[in-house]
Design a protein around this ligand. Structure first.
Ligand code: DGP
Ligand code: NA
Ligand code: NA
Length: 210
């Protein structure tokens, strides 16, 4: 089917995974590859620490502030909501977005603390739905061996094990799972293929969903 470029929109591609799963470096590599291919693309990440809400999140993650579990959950969600309209306009203008973490992190990390799963999902309803979710699959043990965790609040083995469990309850057949223990180049290759397939597929007539 031919794509009418007037009608084509960008794709929203989300990378998820545990801390130290390789998402951040892989998303950078992916974006530069897509740019080389002539794709109009931007790299985004959540939390977006540049906003006022993002700075509150950043202080919390650095253990510089204490917040109620539900309060921080809602701040992470608010941080996605404050970028929602910009996200939608970028996609509508034909720019694809590779996003390092999204709503699934919100649900996985907060419900790993014991918060009710449905309660965690509720504030995410209505955000732009991704066209593709890719999960970099690595065990918490393997991740913790990678150059050590930083000092941030959630970077602890026992907690990451719980996050992994929650991610496993979240993902469905639409997610693409990549073995995060493969060599960097192999992960990169699989990511390129998945992302290019999504970006280049004809988006005409496929509306953005929520
Ligand atoms: P990152 O900047 O990707 O390293 O993420 C910072 C940390 O915050 C990381 O441990 C994952 C966690 N995180 C990301 N998004 C959310 C969210 O929406 N809610 C919660 N509770 N944690 C999140
Ligand atoms: Na981190
Ligand atoms: Na990261």
């Amino acid at each position: 089917a031919g794509c009418n470029s007037d009608n084509s929109r960008g794709s929203l591609i989300v990378l998820e995974g545990l801390d130290r799963s390789g998402k951040t470096s892989q998303s950078h590599r992916l974006v530069s590859h897509l740019k080389d291919k002539g794709v109009s693309v931007e790299l985004w990440r959540f939390p977006d620490r540049t906003t006022a809400v993002g700075q509150m999140i950043s202080a919390y993650l650095a253990n510089e502030s204490e917040l109620d579990d539900r309060a921080i959950h809602l701040l992470f969600s608010a941080n996605r909501w404050e970028k929602r309209s910009l996200m939608e306009s970028k996609l509508r203008s034909g720019i694809s977005l590779i996003v390092d973490r999204y709503s699934y992190s919100g649900v996985a990390f907060s419900s790993a603390k014991g918060l009710d799963l449905e309660w965690c999902k509720a504030p995410e309803v209505g955000l732009v739905a991704p066209d593709l979710v890719i999960y970099l699959d690595i065990s918490a043990e393997k991740a913790s061996e990678r150059g050590g965790y930083g000092a941030e609040r959630y970077e602890q083995l026992e907690f990451q094990k719980k996050v992994a469990e929650t991610y496993h309850t979240l993902y469905d057949d639409s997610w693409k799972i990549i073995d995060g223990c493969l060599p960097v180049e192999a992960v990169e290759e699989q990511l390129r293929e998945l992302a290019l397939g999504t970006v280049l597929s004809c988006q005409k007539g496929k509306p953005l969903s929520k």
